[in-house]
Design a binder for this molecule. Sequence first.
Ligand SMILES: Cc1cc2nc3c(=O)[nH]c(=O)nc-3n(C[C@H](O)[C@H](O)[C@H](O)COP(=O)(O)OP(=O)(O)OC[C@H]3O[C@@H](n4cnc5c(N)ncnc54)[C@H](O)[C@@H]3O)c2cc1C
Length: 406
Amino acid sequence: MATAYNQTRHVDPDFETQLLDSIDKWIDRELRPVVLEHDHGDIWPEKIVAQMVDLGLFGATIGEEYGGLGLPAATYVKIVARICNYWMAPTGIFNSHLILALAIEKFGTPSQKSKWLPKMARGEIRGGLALTEPDAGTDLQGIRMTARRDGDHYILNGTKTWISNAIYGDVFALLVKTDVNADPRYKGMSLFIADKGLPGFRTGRKIAKLGYNSIDSGELIFEDCRIPADQLIGNIEGQGFFQATGGLELGRINVAARGVGMAEGALRLATDYAQVRKTMGKPIAEHQAIQLKLGEMVTRARAARLLTIDAAQAYDRGERVDMEAGMAKYFASEAAAENAQEAMRIFGGYSYSKEFDIERFYRDAMLLCIGEGTNEMQRMIIAKQWIKRNPAYNRSTHLPQPPQRG
Ligand SMILES: Cc1cc2nc3c(=O)[nH]c(=O)nc-3n(C[C@H](O)[C@H](O)[C@H](O)COP(=O)(O)OP(=O)(O)OC[C@H]3O[C@@H](n4cnc5c(N)ncnc54)[C@H](O)[C@@H]3O)c2cc1C
């Protein structure tokens, strides 16, 4: 029975403990031994994906009524951070899938929810989010892809790029223009559920990347593609921009959780290494220059975790968290990038060796500063929200008064 999306979620503490315990065991037994081989060969992790299906991760935040685990964001964050302590890429495979599911669960019609969500929760079909185009990333309202109504179908034309899960995924939340002349531009945007069975929908090239290997990033091409009108999310035109960005708060909390995991992971690697590597007759951890780095790294990792938990808990209470999610995303992603770079310095020459994990953290971490809203945009969003929440008249008595005339 389909119900309205409810952001307010709780989890039984015993269930959470058991779940996190099984994730930890899976990481130790299955994930850690295969990281280097998959990352270095940019191999899509088929067995790992099947295991993540069995763990229920493709339904982690989908409501229980659709067969998902219905987890609150605060629990989901702990799962993502644990995996990213060792390897970020697998979390990308289910993160963007869950953002697509969120768009359907939050804004879809009852029949769209019952058609798509149970299969997605079981991991039978997996998907992602197709917003970015070759000349429109940050400026989503500048996309060119169109959908023209034709009876009980729409005709799609355009290309999406940089789409996670493009090659191995089955279904995507597709942002298009249904009215290219709309003013303001966002009023002409709509979001479709586009599956690969549609005629005229094909996969383009896979993009070779600096890092974040093993997850496929690629192009999706639509040429006179006929899509049934009932695959328009919510069956309403003009809501696409709002629907696509409606999942961004959880998306940003996801990315923050990845940052926490990576900042802590880089710290763990550096801490271990600094205690066994010796120079001048003592472990480098006893040199003050290394201690200064570790001191900063552990503080950053801790602050990133606290900001992320704070944002996730506020989200679970049903609050609007664009500022909190933005702060967590911004700080935790920068913490991951800075800790990875500092860990490289602590590893010295060995940081450059492919035999160690730290070079992967260095390559992967930078993506977090770009995806899900660049950190330049993030700071602007944080500032705008901060100003909005603090109108000057609240504190006018504390402000210096202009000099009186006469
Ligand atoms: C590995 C990877 C995976 C991705 N996965 C997906 C996915 O699954 N789905 C998807 O839709 N997209 C995905 N993307 C795309 C990603 O969301 C975009 O790259 C990102 O939004 C930035 O857009 P852009 O690359 O077009 O940069 P641009 O928008 O061209 O920005 C370039 C620079 O200008 C700055 N800038 C832009 N506008 C402003 C402004 N108004 N004020 C100040 N500064 C500004 C930006 O901060 C940035 O520094 C992925 C990207 C990567 C690298």
